[in-house]
Design a protein around this ligand. Structure first.
Ligand code: HAM
Length: 425
């Protein structure tokens, strides 16, 4: 039997990677404008980090982690998400000593042992941001706005922002008690998972895919918010409104991670079967302290990039070619071919993306190849041109042909290509 990739993973071939490059460049650009800087943390961490950070009663920690012992019997885990690692790096590298808010972003693979389906993978990729060091509701709104603008700039239509507040741990304790009272009469009808969630973390029941009918009429977290939480929530809404970001308050929104306080949000879009959440995040005051640092408030988001690509496909959003051939050099005859090899090298040294034939094709075949590869220009060098010290340059979009002196060819192509719009360069 031939070997296949593990379930829930994907190969990305060059035409796919082109889309990834596009998304990544857009993500980097938006982070530049919002002043978030990239951080890179390990793909695996000590298991305890996620147990403490993500939370013992979450599905992620209970059933979805790729945990293994290394050769020294240390328990390590492939990161299921990015926040815990970033917060650990923040503490370990003493970034809390900095005067300013630390605004960080990351992109990379995450791993969760989930039932795989369209939009749900065991290795998937997130673009995430974390702003650590400020409790100002304006930065919650900034984070939500960055995600919203990112989707908008990717061309997505109809992305909805669902917003909730999960308050402080104290409000949540009271809320949990109210939920227990609410679910108690139907406790034996709930699924096995929810029966165990009932004691440990009844808010998770609201997120259950099976027990939806028993959640109807459940009390809302918003009734349990204290004054401080209410004020924070209100200010986030005001800041979003000021930026013109539409949102929908959804008191049933409970995120799958334990570290959230106050703001919790998700981005939703249709187009991937039953999956509608394409990104999410929230505030996590208390997490830095829990991971071992001097306590600092934080807020962030994680956007699933496979889901973004699936929605782009569903909405037929194309990606401009990321590595177009600017010039294809056709050399005909032994001597001209040798010269063409040198010219292609000169063009490349000058910063131009250039290609040539390596399959000994005749003129017609080479022109066809240039056309298929969507080269912007084709330069033709035959024995006759070589004898005259010239090269013929054809503009593929118009069919226009012109002869250049061989000596000046590279320089002239550089000038021509420079004057074209940057997307062709
Ligand atoms: P999360 O909601 O668990 O949050 O994941 C964020 C996004 O990652 C999801 O909305 C989804 O697009 C994508 N995602 C999650 N699991 C999978 C999967 N199995 N397959 C494909 N895509 C998936 C977090 O991870 C938090 N760290 C976000 C955050 C950052 N909160 C504060 N800061």
């Amino acid at each position: 039997m031939s070997l296949q990739k593990p379930r829930g993973t994907q190969d990305f071939l060059p035409q796919d990677v082109e889309k990834w490059h596009y998304i990544e460049s857009k993500a980097r650009d938006i982070c530049r404008r919002f002043q978030y800087n990239e951080i890179r943390t390990p793909i695996f961490e000590h298991t305890e980090l996620f147990q403490r950070g993500v939370g013992e009663t979450t599905d992620i920690v209970e059933k979805e982690m790729y945990t293994f012992l290394d050769k020294s019997e240390r328990s390590l885990t492939l990161r299921p998400e990015g926040t815990a690692g970033v917060v650990r790096a923040y503490v370990e590298n003493k970034l809390h000593g900095a005067v300013d808010v630390q605004k960080l972003y990351y992109m990379g693979p995450m791993f969760r042992y989930e039932r795989s389906m369209a939009g749900r993978y065991r290795q998937f990729h997130q673009f995430g941001i974390e702003a650590i060091g400020s409790a100002d509701p304006a930065i919650d709104a900034e984070v939500i706005a960055l995600g919203y603008l990112f989707y908008e700039e990717m061309g997505l239509r109809n992305v909805r922002v669902e917003l909730n507040s999960v308050g402080t741990p104290q409000c949540r304790e009271q809320y949990r008690e109210a939920l227990r009272q609410f679910f108690q009469p139907n406790l034996d009808k709930l699924c096995k998972d929810c029966q165990s969630r009932f004691e440990r973390n009844p808010m998770r029941i609201l997120d259950c895919k099976v027990d939806g009918e028993y959640c109807q009429g459940a009390p809302s977290i918003l009734e349990f918010l204290d004054e401080e939480s209410e004020q924070h929530f209100l200010k986030v809404q005001q800041a979003l409104t000021a930026m013109g970001i539409p949102f929908n308050i959804n008191p049933g929104l409970v995120r799958g991670l334990d570290y959230y306080t106050h703001t919790a949000f998700e981005y939703m879009a249709d187009g991937i079967g039953s999956i509608t959440t394409i990104g999410g995040g929230g505030r996590y005051n208390g997490l830095v302290g829990q991971i071992g640092g001097q306590d600092k408030p934080g807020v962030g988001l994680g956007l699933g990039l496979e889901r973004l690509l699936l929605i782009m496909e569903a909405q037929q959003i194309g990606v401009p070619p990321q590595n177009p051939i600017e010039i294809y050099v056709v050399g005909l005859g032994e001597e001209a071919e040798a010269r063409a090899t040198a010219l292609v090298f000169e063009l490349r040294k000058a910063g131009i993306s250039a290609e040539r034939d390596y399959l000994q094709r005749k003129m017609k075949g080479q022109l066809k190849a240039a056309d298929r590869l969507e080269a912007a220009y084709v330069a033709i060098l035959g024995e006759d041109e070589l004898a005259r010290g010239e090269i013929v340059v054809k503009t593929m979009a118009t069919g226009h042909q012109e002869s250049f002196a061989l000596e000046q060819f590279v320089q002239q192509m550089f000038v021509i290509l420079k004057s074209r719009s940057p997307q062709h360069l």
